[in-house]
Design a protein around this ligand. Structure first.
Ligand SMILES: NC(=O)c1ccc[n+]([C@@H]2O[C@H](COP(=O)([O-])OP(=O)(O)OC[C@H]3O[C@@H](n4cnc5c(N)ncnc54)[C@H](OP(=O)(O)O)[C@@H]3O)[C@@H](O)[C@H]2O)c1
Length: 307
């Protein structure tokens, strides 16, 4: 069975993907900023992106590289320093992986990854695209996030030059009970102060974490998958619908008016666009590649996650 190296394996998606891969009999190792507080059932290699350092053995023993690492986009206010971290942790990390593989290619006796799968994000399309259905060929936007994702993808694209099968998954808003957006969306509703954000009509292209991990596994196993795919469920909803469905599944009332953008702006600063904006992204290409979603509709996903 193939040996899979995951960067950012300790994160929300990486942890579940690791469990699923181990269950299927794959060997999994992580490339992480620290070996501390990590799991005892997998090998953890260290890297230091600023120092251009990857621990020896990490890439040399991997058949598949899955690159998920990146500083959380919605974890902290976007100061200049935080924006640098969001950018560098994606673009410089991808460059480091690529440059290291280029160097290792000089040693033909080494067995290097033949498949590179990178996380990307639907933020590439921008957050003010209304109800236009966005496909992989849709143009990229020019705001901060879109520019980061575009540059990140340009680095990921380079792996194709190394005769590896390169796949990029443009990840939507991941719904999980372990972290990410859902607990943040649920909290005010649980406290009976839930309300749609901004005008509420902005689209939210969500995906159940289980389906997302299965997409990554399909990208490993389906030899014909190559290039870019949106990683979103087939039926995106508006922010208002999301709030209403969460309230329904939680059996909570929803009576407050929408929270105006101005107030959100005060609380969130520049990153307000993440919640007052959104986009409606198509899952058709990944479905054409043979992927079958377990969670097609939001309500069934929420019922599975909110127990
Ligand atoms: N979750 C979503 O809704 C969503 C939506 C769109 C795109 N994505 C993308 O999908 C990928 C995985 O998402 P996730 O939710 O699993 O992310 P996550 O939980 O935030 O985990 C990402 C991992 O990246 C590493 N990391 C964090 N800060 C870093 C930094 N400054 N430099 C280098 N590495 C750093 C950490 O691993 P170590 O501590 O082991 O180094 C962390 O566990 C990310 O690239 C994210 O941008 C996620």
């Amino acid at each position: 069975m193939a040996n899979i190296l995951i960067t950012g394996g300790s994160g929300l998606v990486g942890s579940m993907l690791t469990n699923k891969l181990l269950k299927k009999g794959y060997q999994v190792s992580w490339l992480s900023r620290s070996k501390k507080q990590k799991r005892s059932d997998i090998t953890v290699y260290e890297w230091d992106i600023a120092q251009n350092y990857i621990e020896k053995g990490a890439l040399e023993s991997a058949d598949v590289l899955i690159h998920l690492a990146g500083a959380g986009v919605a974890d902290e206010r976007w100061t200049t320093e935080r924006k640098r971290q969001i950018r560098d942790s994606r673009i410089l990390s991808t460059k480091l992986l690529y440059d290291t593989l280029v160097q290792l290619k000089y040693y033909p006796s080494l067995s290097l990854p033949k498949i590179v799968i990178g996380a990307s994000a639907i933020g590439i399309y921008g957050l003010n695209t209304g109800n236009k259905l966005l496909v992989e060929q849709s143009p990229s936007a020019s705001d901060f996030l879109a520019t980061v994702v575009k540059d990140w993808e340009e680095q990921l694209d380079k792996f194709a030059d190394l005769q590896v099968r390169a796949v990029r998954i443009r990840v939507g808003v991941v719904l999980s009970d372990k972290g990410g957006a859902l607990p943040k969306l649920m909290l005010p509703v649980k406290l009976c102060v839930g309300a749609a954000l901004g005008n509420g009509s902005q689209y939210l292209s969500w995906i159940h974490i289980d389906d997302l991990c299965e997409i990554f596994i399909q990208a490993i196993e389906n030899q014909s998958m190559q290039g870019v795919f949106n990683g979103v469920a087939p039926n995106p909803v508006t922010n208002r619908e999301m709030t209403q469905k969460i309230a329904k599944v939680l059996h909570r009332p929803l009576f407050l008016p929408n929270i105006p953008e101005g107030i959100l702006n005060l609380a969130m600063g520049e990153m307000v666009g993440i919640v007052t904006g959104g986009n409606r992204v198509s899952s058709e290409k990944i479905q054409q590649a043979g992927f079958q979603f377990r969670f097609n509709f939001l309500e069934e996903a929420l019922k599975d996650l909110i127990k």
